[in-house]
Design a protein around this ligand. Structure first.
Ligand code: OAD
Length: 279
């Protein structure tokens, strides 16, 4: 695909301003990997409704810890069978080109950015991820869900497996490392303060594959814009983030799937940065 003049100008201005290039991703970037979105036509909240949403709560976990874990393990199995797509891969290339000028803030819990090769240092998973669990008694740190759960889809031997969901330090129960609807963002678990600081250092901020159904993406883009960043939104469907980008000074929007748009954006940034390097 080719980019229109407004988008090319937005990228050029944002990169030459010399700040960071910050991507804020949502479920749409993984849609072409076969991972269901939340609010799209076949999205999890759209098709499974309020019943599914009520499971993504601390209240549900507190009442039915085993059912809650099983629901998360079903989701984990779904995302483990997916592979990163061209959009994820392009962002790995961009991190290699930009180094510390690159940051990725993702709402996705599917870990496809990390599996593609983006570093955990420059990737902030503000909603946690399905690969991790942490102690409910407050022991610090996220540990991987044990490999024994990789066979969950074929042979979920729950009585044997549930004993593995305990904190190795204190023996208390663990919980999935994801942010639920009735919880708050924090720095310790979800690096929210870090995400805000990264957004504030951006001179180019690209939102991709997010509906704005959760206000955090718009909030981060707003922080970036306030600090002078150029905003670009990538989404085949119109929404709040596209309108925010189009209203912002010098902003642009690309109405295309992420796997078409992101590699082209990355090519352009890469050639601009390498061109600047040569001078
Ligand atoms: P949504 O499901 O709300 O929005 C997905 C967006 O992706 C929609 O705007 C689609 O138009 C767009 N989209 C679909 N296919 C695409 C493609 N191929 N390329 C680019 N965009 C595409 O997902 P999020 O905005 O990420 O919370 O949802 C935010 C949060 O709400 C999630 O992180 C999740 C959910 O509750 C937690 O998991 C804690």
């Amino acid at each position: 695909m080719s980019l229109d003049d407004r988008t090319i100008e937005a990228i050029h201005t944002g990169v030459s301003a010399g700040g960071s290039v910050v991507f804020v991703s949502g479920a749409g970037i993984s849609a072409e990997s076969g991972v269901r979105t939340y609010r799209g036509e076949d999205g999890m909240w759209t098709t499974d409704g309020a019943a599914a949403m009520s499971k993504a709560t601390l209240a549900y976990f507190s009442r039915y810890p085993e059912r809650s874990w099983q629901w998360h393990l079903d989701r984990r199995a779904e995302v483990l069978s997916a592979e990163p797509n061209a959009a994820h891969e392009a962002l790995v290339r961009l991190e290699a080109v930009l180094g510390d000028r690159f940051a990725l803030i993702t709402q996705n819990v599917d870990r496809l950015h990390i599996r593609a090769g983006n570093s955990t240092r420059r990737t902030v998973e503000i909603h946690g991820h399905y690969g991790g669990m942490r102690c409910t008694a407050g022991c610090v740190g996220v540990v991987p869900i044990p490999n024994e759960f990789d066979a969950w889809r074929d042979e979920p031997n729950w009585p044997k497996l549930r004993d593995l969901l305990v904190c190795l330090r204190c023996g208390f129960a663990t919980r999935p490392h994801v942010l639920w609807f009735d919880e708050f963002y924090d720095e310790a678990n979800y690096r929210m303060k870090t995400a805000g600081s990264l957004a504030a250092r951006a001179s180019l901020c690209v939102t991709v594959g997010t509906s704005g159904g959760v206000p955090v993406a718009a909030r981060l883009a707003g922080i970036a814009a306030k600090a002078g960043a150029v905003l670009i939104d990538v989404n085949p469907t119109d929404g709040d983030l596209r309108q925010l980008a189009l209203r912002s000074p010098g902003g642009a929007a690309i109405a295309a799937p992420a796997s078409d748009a992101i590699p082209v954006i990355v090519d352009l940034i890469e050639s601009q940065v390498r061109g600047v390097d040569r001078i």
